[in-house]
Design a protein around this ligand. Structure first.
Ligand code: EPS
Length: 397
């Protein structure tokens, strides 16, 4: 059973809904566990006033009993606290009063494209769903996937490596605690300071800034994904998942675009045997190791056992405090784009959403490979597979 999910909800409607299917029975989970990631998504220097209103919390409505998954669809509700202020504007039923419509199109948001495509005369009918508020639901789904991956010793983290052109210096392994302590989720303290300054400068100028976040997944066994068809490649699935995040305009895996400047011998990751054959706590053995990881943990569309490294670019938020010139949807006149309120920079939060999407893709790939209706069955299949992944000439048990 694949890991499937759907989200629903408008930014200022009553709340967000997520439905997840495919997780085996017997996985222990709590709302508090999910809250940790929801809180991380709400944080980061440069966030707007909305995050002071919300305390995102996902309530289970199905699929979990006495703290364990049942194997049935899991539904979660995240209330919008801000709904209180939007009852009339976002009313499901028709209202008496004539409301001011949003008609000043923001360049860079879905305002123009979605309003025209869906034949609307109020941009709110498009912007409510295209708002990155939806990513709260994805993070709740991603937390379920993360919990599942923990059973296999797979961890997914992210860190900010660039905000507005300020680049972080870092080496692996990353100190993830230091990342979470940084105001912008950056491991480099000097860069953190400069990134904060870049956000302050942007705020003062009525601007917004984007940047780059890096995802690192460790403990991923060799063999997730497939080389045989385009849509089964792990790299392709990750790229789609990450580019689907609001405001993401680019993605690279491993050394990515830097590979264009190297020759083949500098690029490909030389294989060497591991000296250690001892399984770790989860039973994971790593019979092969690479001298480096330019491939970012994926070769031929299949995980190769090295950490999966993915970077993605988040453009500056389209809602500018000092709006760009635009056009009025109704009159066609030149106007300034619509502005309500917005974040100045959402890159630290974007990293958390990226983690969620990577967790979802990896959970799906683990389920595809190992199956199972109860987590014990999935783990049995996983451990059995691990006995087969060493050099072919050596005993496999
Ligand atoms: C967001 C909530 C939204 C925006 C932001 C993300 O809240 P509001 O519109 O009420 O201020 O702050 O949305 C965008 C970045 C966007 O471009 O739409 C959230 O919860 O993440």
């Amino acid at each position: 059973m694949p890991f499937r999910f759907q989200t629903a909800g408008e930014s200022h409607g009553p709340g967000l809904t997520a439905i997840v299917e495919g997780l085996p029975a017997g996985i222990t989970i709590s709302e508090e566990y999910i809250r940790q990631d929801l809180a991380r998504r709400q944080g980061g220097y440069g966030r707007g006033k909305r995050q002071q209103i919300e305390t995102d919390w996902a309530r289970f409505r199905s699929g979990v009993r006495h703290g364990s998954t049942l194997g049935s669809p899991i539904s979660m509700l995240i209330d919008n606290k801000d709904w209180e202020n939007w009852h009339e504007v976002m009313s499901v039923t028709p209202i008496e009063r004539e409301l001011n419509k949003v008609t000043r199109l923001r360049p860079g948001h879905a305002d123009t494209t979605a309003t025209i495509k869906y034949n609307q005369d109020d941009v709110r009918n498009a912007l409510e769903r295209s708002s990155a508020r939806e990513t709260a639901a994805r993070v709740a789904v991603g937390a379920l996937a993360r919990r599942f991956l923990e059973y296999f010793g797979i961890e997914v983290h992210s860190h900010t490596i660039n905000i507005g052109g300020v680049k972080a210096t870092y080496t692996y392994p990353i100190d993830w605690e230091a990342v979470e302590e940084s105001a912008v989720r950056c491991v480099d303290p000097e860069a953190t300071e400069l990134m904060v300054k870049a956000i302050d400068d942007a705020r003062e100028a009525g601007e917004t800034v984007g940047g780059i976040s890096e995802l690192v997944a460790t403990g991923v066994p060799i063999g997730l994904g497939s080389h045989v068809s385009w849509d089964r490649k792990l790299s392709a699935r990750i790229a789609q998942a990450v580019v689907s995040i609001n405001a993401v305009k680019g993605v690279e895996i491993g050394a990515g675009f830097a590979l264009a400047e190297m020759r083949g011998s500098q690029v490909h990751d030389v294989i060497k045997p591991m000296n250690e054959w001892q399984p770790n706590a989860t039973g994971w053995v790593r019979p092969w190791q690479r001298m480096r990881n330019n491939a970012g943990g994926i070769e031929g569309g299949i995980s190769d056992g090295e950490p999966i490294i993915v970077r993605f670019l988040i453009k500056p938020i389209a809602t500018l405090p000092k709006p760009l010139p635009s056009v009025d949807l109704i009159t066609g006149e030149v106007v300034n784009a619509h502005y309500e309120r917005s974040d100045i920079c959402q890159v630290p939060a974007g990293g958390v959403v990226g983690e969620a999407m990577l967790c979802i893709v990896l959970a799906d790939a683990v389920l595809e490979k190992f199956g199972g209706d109860h987590i014990d069955e999935t783990l049995r299949n996983f451990r059995s597979y691990l006995t087969t992944i060493g050099p072919r000439g050596l005993p496999r048990e």
